[in-house]
Design a protein around this ligand. Sequence first.
Ligand code: 5RP
Length: 228
Amino acid sequence: MNQNQLKQIELKQNVARAAADYVAAHLSMEGVLGVGTGSTANAFIEALAPLKGRIGAAVASSMATETRLKAIGIPVVDLNSAGDIELYVDGADEITRHLAMIKGGGGALTREKIVAACARTFVCIADETKLVEVLGQFPLPVEVIPMARSYVARQLVKMGGQPVLREGFLTDNGNIILDVRGLSLVDPSAMESQINQIVGVVTNGIFARRGANVLLLGTAHGVKTLTR
Ligand code: 5RP
């Protein structure tokens, strides 16, 4: 592992601890916590361990996260019985100062978007390498029903994209992911809606229509807080 990778891990751990402090300060005793997926979310789960008695119920955005939460003794409930999520904490692949994101690098975008939709407050946790002026350097993940793969890929090409099948990967919902480069994301809300109109698309990894409310950003000068 090189110096930059080690530094990024340290920033993720710092932001994960800041997020656990945020939970301790803002989650009510009866509130349900939503927990995201990925390496930053995993660091957050580790930082939650000392708070486990304080968290009555959590909703997981993936099977992997559910396993990790249960392993540290946090009760995981089904979203359908949870109702509203008071607080949702999750990472991102890219995020702007307006708190629009690309997510889904870990392939959990659909469940993440569902939990985000149910959340009163979405706290994004990220290291400073994820902050961008305009979304789109990171290939956009699109979850697709398997039989629609070729059709959806052709539609994405017509929109200016270059879709690539994520080889050997199925989502928790049994679908495939197309990772798409080359789309113009200067208006991320419009592109989010346009891609979701393609028949066979389950959802795409642009989180602009429901962006984050708060960004905890791990930087070399400490954790900074940005809000909308
Ligand atoms: C998973 C996600 C993750 O939040 C995103 O990929 C960031 O991951 P990491 O914290 O490992 O950089 O959207 O579907």
